[in-house]
Design a protein around this ligand. Sequence first.
Ligand SMILES: *Cc1c(COP(=O)(O)O)cnc(C)c1O
Length: 441
Amino acid sequence: MILKQNGSRGFRAYTSKHLDELLQRAGLDDEERLRIRAVATVLPFRTNAYVVDELIDWSDIPDDPIYRLVFPQADMLPEADVTRIAGLLRDEAAKSEITAVAHDVRMKLNPHPAGQLQLNVPRVGQEPIQGLQHKYPETVLFFPKQGQTCHAYCTYCFRWAQFVGDPDLKMASDDVERLVEYVHAHPEVTSILLTGGDPMIMGEPVLRRYIEPLLQIEQLESIRIGTKSLGYWPQRYITDPDADDTLRLFSRVVESGKNLAFMAHFSHPREIEPQAVQEAVRRINDTGAVIRTQAPLIRSINDDPAIWTHMWRRHLTMGMVPYYMFVERDTGPQDYFAVPLARAYEIFRDAYAGVSGLCRTVRGPSMSATPGKVCVDGVTEIAGQKVFVLHLIQARDPELVGRPFFARYDPQATWLTDLTPAFADRFPYEPAPLGAARLSA
Ligand SMILES: *Cc1c(COP(=O)(O)O)cnc(C)c1O
């Protein structure tokens, strides 16, 4: 039984200010700590006392998966960059100089993968709408302004660029009226996905201001919330002062006749072990919301089929629906975390083989790339050629969904852009070369 803490929230965040102290706890020497602090000038660092005290096994540093999930590692960035910044820190260089160098390093890390800032900027009339992405016909993503942080940051986060304070790397909006207006103008939109950051960082009164207006939109079938809060701060649903109000808000979504899809990000089975998580899941399920689970496949954190089998089976018994296994995106310290597509497919297949049909709602390994979500279905040999078999789970162009296509087998490929087509001169989502239409006409 978890006691309510008399209205006090008890949430304690740690940021780069606390990094050195925390690393001392890990028993790292001066030079190691300095290099990690250098990485943390480029990539965002944030965690909290729950993660540090309840989830990390400090006797197993640096191998502990949760430690690796939230703490930067010295070798996440190119050695020369880390050495340069570590030198500046050691010499106590001016903050502005360190910031400038860190910014340059960031710019080499593909901060906005899949054309996040440029592609399909939605408009009402002539004006672009900040904080809104309309990537698939039926689905609109919305980035609430107050939801642009998390209870802790994952080291592999593909949205890392939003957390580092470079204004040109941010996108968010507090204009829910524009969102409503946009959805009314686009009757094909049936699903709104609130994302971030983590929308569940917002207190209930703020969250309600975003969600309430959506309940009036008749065409909407679902409201999704992408969140890591169950893993990083389950107290959000149990003992936080607004926990009960939050659950009532979820109930109201369900009562309005819409699906509240709670998209829970779980990277490792350790995150679902605490009793508090089980209690939080039970309380969310009681509202009629449906919890679906997803995570990327990350080298050194969860690149083992046994981890996924265990996770999906536990999710099922806890009352959650396995949804996606993602491929780590081509951004940030991708080289550090990437699992080759060939290996990702084997891990998915072996994990999938170890679960009952009730867990086989999960799909993957899936790359959320510019043309859509590309799933690696397998590796096979066709007419003497070894190939990847792929299909689009989601696409900007719905015509392309669910049609198999092929790429040449490449054991090193880690992302869609590493692949070349097999049995065709282009991938189905690539435009026909100029003149081809005329020739076939
Ligand atoms: C996965 C994803 C969605 C949602 O797609 P579903 O297949 O409906 O879950 C929306 N936008 C982006 C950018 C995504 O990666």
